[in-house]
Design a protein around this ligand. Structure first.
Ligand code: GLV
Ligand code: GLV
Length: 321
C-alpha cells in the first residue's frame, strides 16, 4: 500500500515529482494557512507531513495523524513552529531545509539594510504620492555603510554570508551568539566576538540571524533597544518574536534608535500598526527566501527528506540526531 503524504500548502512541481515517487500525495486545496482543526483533519492517516512555517506541529498533531506517522518535513530552515521534543519523543523524525536559502536570505538582509540606511522606502513613497521634489545637497540624506560596524546576532550560515556581503560594502564585522565561530571564520571575516551588551552598544547596524528559541524570544526588548546607539538601525530577517515589536515601535517613535528594517513580525501576518506610521521603518512580508530558485530548492529538499525516510533511509536534514 502506498504511504500517505500530506502537504499542508501547495509546493512547486519539482517537489511534488519527488513526493509522488515516494507515496500517495495529498495537497491541501485551501491555499491559506489551515486552522488547527483543519490541519488535524487533513493529516489523518499520514505517514509523512510536509509543513509550512505557519503550521503548528505538536503532540496533538502527531496524535491526529496516527501512529503510522514517520516524518514531519518543514519547508523552512527555522522550526520554531514545531515542538521538536514532543514530536520526536513519539518516534517521528523532524526535518528542515538548511543551506538552500542562505544566499537568498542574506541578499534580502542587505537589501533591507540599504533600504533603511538610504531611505529608499521613503523616497519611493514620496514619488508615488506625486509630491514635488528637486535634487538638493541635503535632500533625504541617509548614512553610508563604509567603516560602520555591522553587529550580527548569530553568526551561523546566514549570518556569515551577510557578513561577507557587508565586508564588500566596507563594513566592519562584530558578532554575538551562543558560541564563538570557528577561528577560520573569524579570521576570514575579521569578525570580533562581543558580548550581546557590547555589540548592542557599539553596532551601527544590528542584524538578527539567530533561530527563535526560548532564549532568543524578545532578545531585542526595551532594555536592548535602550542600549543601542540612537543612530543604529535594526534589521530582522530571522523570526518576528525575537523582537518585542511594541518596544521597538516605542523606541523608534521616541527616536531612541535610528530605524528598522523588518521582514518578519511578532504576530505574523499582522504588523504592529504603529510601525507602519513611521518613515524610518522598512517592512517586507517575510520574503527572505522568496526567490523562485530558493523556494523550489527548499520544497525539493523537504521532499527528499520525506522520500528517504519513507524508504527507510537516513534523511539528509534531521533537526535532532
Ligand atoms: C524562513 O523563514 C525559513 O525559516 O526558512
Ligand atoms: C549625483 O547624482 C552626482 O552626479 O553627483
Amino acid at each position: 500500500m502506498d504511504k500517505r503524504i500530506v502537504v499542508s500548502r501547495a509546493v512547486p512541481e519539482p517537489a511534488l515529482d519527488v513526493l509522488r515517487q515516494a507515496g500517495k500525495v495529498h495537497v491541501c486545496p485551501q491555499d491559506r494557512p489551515l486552522t488547527v482543526p483543519e490541519l488535524h483533519e487533513a493529516v489523518r492517516g499520514a505517514h509523512a507531513i510536509v509543513t509550512m512555517l505557519h503550521d503548528r506541529v505538536d503532540a496533538d498533531l502527531v496524535a491526529a495523524a496516527g501512529p503510522q506517522l514517520e516524518v514531519v518535513a518543514n519547508v523552512a530552515v527555522g522550526y520554531d513552529n514545531i515542538d521538536v521534543p514532543a514530536v520526536t519523543e513519539r518516534g517521528v523524525i523532524v526535518t528542515n531545509t538548511p543551506g538552500v536559502l542562505v544566499d537568498a536570505t542574506a541578499d534580502l538582509a542587505l537589501g533591507l539594510l540599504l533600504m533603511v540606511t538610504r531611505r529608499l522606502g521613503e523616497g519611493e513613497r514620496l514619488l508615488r504620492a506625486r509630491r514635488p521634489w528637486t535634487f538638493h545637497l541635503d535632500f533625504m540624506l541617509g548614512t553610508g555603510l563604509q567603516n560602520k560596524i555591522l553587529g550580527i546576532v548569530g553568526l551561523g550560515d546566514i549570518g556569515q554570508v551577510v557578513a561577507r556581503r557587508a565586508r564588500a560594502f566596507g563594513m566592519n564585522i562584530a558578532y554575538t551568539g551562543r558560541r564563538r565561530a570557528a577561528a577560520e571564520v573569524e579570521a576570514e571575516l575579521d569578525a570580533r566576538f562581543l558580548s550581546q551588551d557590547e555589540l548592542l552598544r557599539t553596532a551601527d547596524v544590528v542584524s538578527l540571524h539567530c533561530p527563535l528559541t526560548e532564549q532568543t524570544r524578545h532578545l531585542i526588548d526595551e532594555a536592548a533597544l535602550a542600549t543601542m546607539k540612537p543612530t543604529a538601525v535594526l534589521v530582522n530577517t530571522s523570526r518576528g518574536p525575537v523582537v518585542d515589536e511594541q518596544a521597538l515601535a516605542k523606541a523608534l517613535r521616541e527616536g531612541r534608535i535610528g530605524g528598522a528594517a523588518l521582514d518578519v513580525f511578532e504576530h505574523e501576518p499582522e504588523v504592529e500598526p504603529a510601525l507602519l506610521d513611521l518613515d524610518n521603518v522598512v517592512v517586507a512580508p517575510h520574503l527572505g527566501s522568496a526567490t523562485t530558485e530558493t523556494r523550489t530548492a527548499m520544497a525539493e529538499l523537504a521532499a527528499r527528506n520525506v522520500a528517504e525516510i519513507l524508504a527507510g533511509h537516513e534523511p539528509p536534514n534531521p533537526v535532532h540526531r
